[in-house]
Design a protein around this ligand. Sequence first.
Ligand SMILES: [Zn+2]
Length: 459
Amino acid sequence: MPVAPNGQPSAVRARSLAARLGRYLWRTLLVALGLITLTLCVLFARPLYQYLVSFPREAAALERLRAETRPVALDDGWTEYRAVVHAHSYLSHDSEMPFAEILAAAQTAKVDAMFMTDHCINRKADFVTQWTGLHEGVRFIRGWELRNGLLIWGLPESATVNCDAPLTETAARVAHEGGLSAFGHTEMPRPYEVAEVRVMEIYNIHTDFLDEKLLWLLPGLLLNTARWPDLAIREVYDQPSAILNLWDQQNRTRKMVGFGAADAHQNLGLRLVYTAQNRLWLRQSSRKSFTDPKIELNSFSHTVLEWIFGPLTPGRELLRVDLDPYPRSLRYVNTHLLAEDNSEAALLGALREGRAFVAFDLLADTRGFVFFAAADGRRATMGEETAFTPGLRLKGEAPLPARWTVLRDGEVVATLEGRSLDWPVPGAGNYRVELAIRPGTEWLDWIYANPVRVTPPTP
Ligand SMILES: [Zn+2]
């Protein structure tokens, strides 16, 4: 037997080395498993608690509160339409939604009007490409989202807008041709000095999503979306305080209408597709591919997949996960418009004038909410103005008991609870209200109404 320089037979030494290596690998594996388990415990602790404890409680509390919904008796004289403002179709590079599926989702979400905002195609916004008109009760309004942050609607079918044109030029053209433009994604700096743009997003789901830590959010979405879809997605919500301040600031010097943007894409999801040539393709619902080139299967993996999913035929979608399906994002946030009728002109007019309120209908239906200033038979609703007179009162009613926060030029001047509001106006200013509901122990933001402008008394 060969003997190593230290006197130990080399076979014995090799065995002890192998044993040490084995122990080392085994320990490393245990530590790795421990770390993975610990990480999963940390990441899934809160979602699991929500799944088992808090979400069932909150869902039941919401159900109980929704059961208290009563029709609103106070009348503002307008017809209310629930709109989704800011939505994408398959025409956008990051959405796959055909118009027919958007229509079905709008019907499910009880939406009356879809204000589309597709991304430009080859730097052009060509109005003829989108759906328009009334489709089975849902009004489609053509519009585009330009890279400079401008959202535009209401141009004639023949219109094509150059998406690279300066914002001021496009805003002037849209105003000149009777359309409407608005500032989207207001978390970014926007040129608020442009006089033609008097409408801005005060809430946008994607904007809200930006400050979330995906590592903390994703486990909750993955675990809770199937069982508690509404509560899981609502986890994204944070009060858009900075944007609300900006909006109030704007309204001190000029009229600026606020609306809520669904920014619906249905692009937070996964698709696993079996394709021709025995390949597997994993991609996002935004069309971005995770596996490009596609993964080629061998006979073993093919058999395993058939065992899991059944017969594999080219084009078959094996797995589909959607964290932001259209029917849900269309209820998450809405803009309710007060208009004469549901024609495109009337609905665009309502948004232009600010006869509108932002509503988180996912929590509870806000339909019927009214808010106006009234005195001596005069009435000015959201977006309208009236001169101050002694006896002028802010009046409002909601379909559910709520907390009403009254703001004058951005400053909180009153907080009241109940189904209705009847509050004496102390003087000129921009008055708006925010409503929150409390299904359990926590107040949840529910409505942001556009301001009523009270001008100084006429001499
Ligand atoms: Zn968008």
